[in-house]
Design a protein around this ligand. Structure first.
Ligand code: ZN
Length: 134
């Protein structure tokens, strides 16, 4: 894997969180997007080579809403950039990691994504991201 691409943070209120993290990191939100497949609204801030992804639930029954109910706001996942997500998924599967989907899914910010179950990754929800080249 190439680098930490972004850290995903679950928030209750995207607008308030955007203001907070823009102030904290001394930068601006460069993109806000709704990911309808996941029922979340996300915003991105860039810090050097890495990004912060803020995620707000748009429905009570989705993963972000459940996470906040159980644990409160905070770090939700760590995303690693890969060159070829299918190759990396096959490698992880052969190593015994549990993937949350059999196929890569379209994610925010022009990416193909796949999550690794936290139970098989030391309690950390790991996301693989591959740039979708146009
Ligand atoms: Zn993410």
């Amino acid at each position: 894997m190439n680098k930490v691409e972004h850290i995903g943070i679950a928030v209750n209120n995207l607008e308030a969180a955007c203001n907070l993290y823009a102030k904290l990191l001394n930068t601006q939100v460069y993109k806000t997007e709704e990911v309808t497949a996941e029922n979340v609204k996300v915003a991105f801030l860039q810090t050097g080579p890495s990004k912060i992804e803020l995620l707000q639930a748009l429905a009570d029954d989705n993963a972000i809403a459940k996470f906040i109910t159980q644990k409160g706001e905070g770090i939700h996942h760590i995303a690693f950039e890969v060159d070829d997500i299918r190759t990396e998924m096959a490698r992880l599967k052969s190593e015994g990691f549990v993937l949350l989907s059999d196929e890569p899914k379209p994610g925010a910010d022009n990416k193909l994504i796949c999550f690794v179950h936290p139970k098989s990754a030391g309690g950390v929800l790991v996301e693989l991201v591959q740039d979708v080249r146009i």
